[in-house]
Design a protein around this ligand. Structure first.
Ligand SMILES: [Zn+2]
Length: 362
């Protein structure tokens, strides 16, 4: 009897040890990291001063400037090659003489096109990039400029945060490794786009999602990864391509407003009617640089924000009307890079003037 009680005690003691050790391991390696992740994702309170986000009108491409209340600055992408002058002029106009952070969402020429020009013209603190290379001269020039200026180059990873002062913060949501391979992508899709750096800008209650040229597959992977993709404003992925901005993503994001950065008469059919229709169905208000020029968003970090467009859409410029592509990239077998299509159609004489005004009017 005494022996069996002793045996029972041993089992209980072993069980207790297992529970304590198991509990500790669970807490240390599962619960604690999860709490840390949640804490890191929680934005701090806004300082109450003004944050400014500018979608610079670079035609077909992206270049988005962030100026925080703390005076720090970030530039997400730098348009096409030759856009350097236009971007630096916009920086000056917004009182920016340095960049704390430059983000290359991916290595295509409509995003890092003028990165080398900007890096040589303005002091840059750090550069964040996706880590997916592109075998082009433009990409080499970008890396060369970073090397020349001895700038710290950081590879993006989900969960990284960049404090921009005044309690404004950038949180990286993608790319999520392992990177998408060509075999995993839709026909015509490519790795640089699908593995774009996606970030969430938080300032108090204000938030904006910066998506580069992310595809619907990227959106799906982020949502599966548990990323918080909801935001007040969506920088529409891939200039409004029909292969991004999925219905599920719009539902999860619950965006109030979306901005499309695209060029007049672009060859890619950006923004597409399909993406615009999905945005309309989700009751998202749309702004477009091709019809409204530079867009300036300001907020004090409450649930209010203002958007000022450089110009009103002209007669015949319908914000909900998509463009036609010269050729659907889904039909292409191989890699489609920026500039891989024939020249754009020549604008009609009466459009030539309006196009000139559209690209220079701010
Ligand atoms: Zn692009």
């Amino acid at each position: 009897m005494a022996q069996s009680r002793r045996g029972c005690g041993c089992v209980l003691a072993t069980l207790a040890v297992v529970l304590i050790v198991g509990g500790f391991i669970g807490w240390r390696f599962v619960v604690w990291p999860w709490l840390e992740k949640r804490r890191a994702e929680q934005p701090p309170a806004a300082s109450g001063d003004e944050l400014k986000v500018v979608a610079i009108d670079v035609g077909q491409g992206d270049s988005i400037l962030i100026v925080t209340p703390g005076g720090k600055t970030a530039l997400v992408d730098a348009g096409e090659p030759g856009d350097g002058k236009r971007i630096v002029e916009a920086l000056k106009r917004h009182g920016v003489d340095h960049l704390d952070l430059f983000v290359a969402t991916h290595a295509h020429a409509d995003h890092i096109g003028a990165a080398d020009e900007v890096i040589r013209a303005v002091p840059v603190g750090r550069v964040l990039y996706s880590g997916v290379p592109n075998p082009t001269r433009n990409y080499e020039d970008f890396l060369k400029a970073i090397d020349e200026k001895r700038i710290e180059l950081i590879r993006a990873a989900p969960g990284q945060t960049f404090e921009l002062g005044g309690n404004a913060r950038l949180l990286v949501l993608a790319p999520i490794e392992p990177f998408f391979t060509r075999e995993e992508l839709r026909s015509g899709g490519n790795e640089p786009n699908a593995n774009s750096v996606v970030m969430r800008l938080d300032y108090g209650e204000f938030s904006m999602l910066l998506t580069g040229d992310a595809e619907a597959q990227t959106e799906e992977r982020m949502m599966r990864n548990g990323a918080n993709v909801s935001a007040d404003i969506l920088k529409v992925g891939h200039h409004g391509s029909k292969y991004a901005t999925s219905e599920d993503f719009l539902k999860r994001g619950a965006f109030k407003t979306a901005i499309v950065s695209a060029g007049a008469d672009n060859r890619y059919g950006h923004p597409s009617q399909e993406a615009l229709d999905r945005l309309k169905a989700a009751q998202v208000r749309v702004y477009r640089t091709d019809f409204q020029g530079e867009l300036v968003i300001t907020t004090k970090g409450d649930d209010n924000f203002q958007i000022k467009a450089a110009r009103e859409p002209k007669a015949g410029e319908d914000l909900w009307a998509g463009r036609q592509a010269i050729r659907d990239d889904s039909a292409r077998r191989g890699f489609i890079d920026f500039g891989d299509l024939p020249p754009p159609p020549k604008p009609k004489p009466e459009n030539a003037n309006s196009k000139k005004k559209a690209t220079t009017g701010r």
